[in-house]
Each structure stands twice: as structure tokens, then as C-alpha cells.
Write a protein of this length. Structure first.
Length: 163
């Protein structure tokens, strides 16, 4: 996905959020703020973008987003429980209506047989009245570090359009 395609996707997300009167927050690990950058590249994004958290290290996931150290120890940072906790933590702390969280192994190293390079977990959380809801999804991307990260940004944004 090219920069122009990411921009067009982010603009669609903005229109989608604006139409629903919703604001978004991001909780990013392997994308390092790229989702927030893509969203805020769109003029007028201040109408629907609330804040972004870059929680690359486990300590940041705990401190900024409230991920429990026990979850990190048991499942690892690249896991469904952790990415769900990241999304819900961002939603609770920001006051936004929608959150997207990403944690993955972009490479070129850091993979394992159970979690190879290219493994990325996504979670989307949203408010419905006073209740908070979340869903998660795992993807395995091929390519180098930039390819994995770029595909993760696109998948995260596409998931927002499904909410």
C-alpha cells in the first residue's frame, strides 16, 4: 500500500468517524505511531482524532495503558489478551469513542516458531452507552520490516471502517 493509498484510507476513516460523531484513539507498539500519523495527515482530523499512545516497551504498555504485568508475562506482548487490554486501556484513559491497538513482530528478528516475524495482533474497542466492547484479530504478513508495518497500519485502519 502506497503513502497515497494510506492517506485515502485514513481520510475514509475520518469521514466514517465524523459521520458517526465519534473520536478515535490509538495504542501502538510495532507501528510506532504510524497509525496516528496517517490519521493526523488528514486535514481536519482534530474533529475526530483524540490522542495516540505509543507503547513500544512492556513498561509503557503497563504504565500508559494499564496492561497487567501478569498478562504480559503469561501471553507476551504480541497476543490477543495484551492487545485487547491495550485497546480498552486507551479507550478508558482517553475518553474517545473508538480505539485501535496493534502489537506485532515486524522483524527482521524477534520471531519464534509460535510467533514468526510478521505476526501482528489488532484490537478495536468501542463504547456502546456505558459498556465497552472489544474484538481482536491476528494476521501474518509477509515482507520486510517496512512491509509488515505498512500492512499493519492499513489493516488497523480498515478495521475501524468495520465498526
Amino acid at each position: 500500500m502506497t503513502d497515497a493509498e494510506l492517506y485515502a484510507l485514513a481520510a475514509r476513516v475520518g469521514e466514517h468517524l465524523l459521520a458517526g460523531g465519534r473520536r478515535i484513539t490509538t495504542a501502538e507498539s510495532c507501528t510506532g505511531g504510524w497509525i496516528g500519523k496517517a490519521l493526523t495527515d488528514v486535514p481536519g482530523s482534530s474533529q475526530w482524532f483524540e490522542t495516540g499512545y505509543v507503547s513500544y516497551g512492556n513498561g509503557a504498555k503497563t504504565t500508559l495503558l494499564g496492561v497487567l504485568p501478569a498478562e504480559l508475562a503469561e501471553h507476551g506482548a504480541v497476543s490477543e489478551p495484551v492487545v485487547r487490554a491495550m485497546a480498552l486501556g486507551a479507550l478508558e484513559r482517553s475518553g474517545a469513542d473508538v480505539a485501535v491497538a496493534v502489537s506485532g513482530i515486524a522483524g527482521p528478528d524477534g520471531g519464534s516458531p509460535g510467533k514468526p516475524v510478521g505476526t501482528v495482533w489488532f484490537a478495536w474497542a468501542w463504547r456502546h452507552g456505558r459498556a465497552l466492547h472489544a474484538q481482536a484479530r491476528r494476521k501474518l504478513f509477509k515482507g520486510d520490516r517496512e512491509d509488515v508495518r505498512r500492512k499493519a497500519v492499513a489493516s488497523a485502519l480498515t478495521g475501524v471502517l468495520e465498526l
